[in-house]
Ligand binder design. Structure first.
Ligand code: PMV
Length: 324
């Protein structure tokens, strides 16, 4: 059994299908090169210790018997609930000290919470000698994210575990690898933090009020995902861009858009992108643009001029792995 491990997992970008995926439809997600890293060491004492300075958690410690109980600081929630769920599923005395070292800011919406959850559970799996399968890891990580966040489809958990590009549906019912090599994707950050839980709840309230309209939109979004899957496999970027533009229209219709996102999306389209849309819950975070190679520089300039921050990333990153 290992005494110490370093684990990393990738962040993610949702290519098409956000919100509809919460309602049982398919989405397309890709894992990105920015990784979340975490060091875990087993302790001789029955204690849980956490250092996560990037989210304001310093010198945090509590007895194992109290893990998952009482006041938990916001920045410690995913790691602590992952430990609580692991110990509930596999009862044992596993004192552990965890230090997080993300390569990306939690503000981008690249999925730092789910990557932290996955890294924690993978580390515990190694330290305890349980060697969970990816499916067992997924189920426990998805449960943890739901315990903390209350809502979510688990697409980000799947990306963190399996990596690559995935066709995905709620709760991991579908997790299908999409074998693509590369994609000419430009990512623009709005500088505004999106609140996923609030946005998902707002969409749900509207969907209950207008069920026929929203169900039809969710069906249409899934049909865009299915066509985009085919376009991706053929590397038909022009079609993919058109499908993204249509997806963006539906996201606007259900209330996930924002002025800043639209400014960056139009900036990308006007500079020659094949198509552009928000990525994730909306309201802020990032937009993505499928762009001909010859137009990448112009699209980046245009996004910057419109007030966005271009985020350099590569898609198709490797899933969770043991670094040391
Ligand atoms: O805000 P993000 O990047 O975690 O994306 C949320 C995507 C939703 O479909 C709105 C929610 C989900 O969990 O699928």
């Amino acid at each position: 059994m290992k005494k110490q491990v370093i684990i990393s997992a990738p962040g993610k970008l949702l290519l098409l299908g956000e919100h509809a995926v919460v309602h049982g439809k398919l989405c397309l997600v890709t894992a990105v090169s920015q990784r979340f890293k975490l060091k875990a060491k087993s302790l001789p004492s029955d204690e849980f210790m956490l250092e996560a300075p990037e989210v304001g958690v310093v010198n945090y410690r509590k007895p194992l018997s109290q893990v998952g109980k009482g006041e938990i600081p916001q920045g410690a929630k995913f790691v602590e609930m992952a430990l609580a769920n692991f110990l509930k599923r596999y009862p044992q005395k596993l004192g552990v000290a965890i230090t997080t070292e993300p390569e990306f800011k939690s503000t981008f919406g690249f999925g730092s919470s789910s990557a932290a959850t996955v890294c924690t559970l993978k580390a515990l799996s190694e330290l305890s000698g349980k060697s969970l399968t990816n499916k067992q890891l997924f189920d426990l990580a998805f449960k943890t994210v739901l315990d903390v966040q209350g809502v979510g489809s688990g697409f980000d958990v799947a990306a963190a575990i399996f990596g690559g590009t995935l066709l995905y549906s709620l709760g991991g019912k579908t997790i299908k690898s999409v074998p693509i090599k590369n994609l000419s994707l430009v990512v623009g950050y709005t500088g505004i933090k999106a609140d996923t839980t609030t946005l998902v709840k707002q969409v749900n309230i509207k969907a209950k009020k207008h069920p026929q309209v929203f169900n039809a939109i969710f069906d249409q979004i899934e049909s865009l995902v299915i066509q985009a899957h085919k376009a991706l496999l053929k590397r038909d970027d022009q079609t993919l861009g058109e499908l993204m533009d249509i997806n963006q229209g539906y996201l606007e219709a259900i209330g996930a858009g924002s002025v800043k996102l639209s400014q960056l999306i139009y900036a990308a389209r006007n500079a020659g992108a094949y198509g552009a849309k928000l990525s994730g819950a909306g309201g802020g975070d990032c937009m993505i643009a499928i762009t001909p190679n010859s137009k990448v520089a112009a699209v980046k300039r245009s996004i910057t001029k419109a007030g966005g921050i271009v985020v350099e990333t590569k898609i198709n990153a490797e899933g969770v792995k043991i670094e040391a």
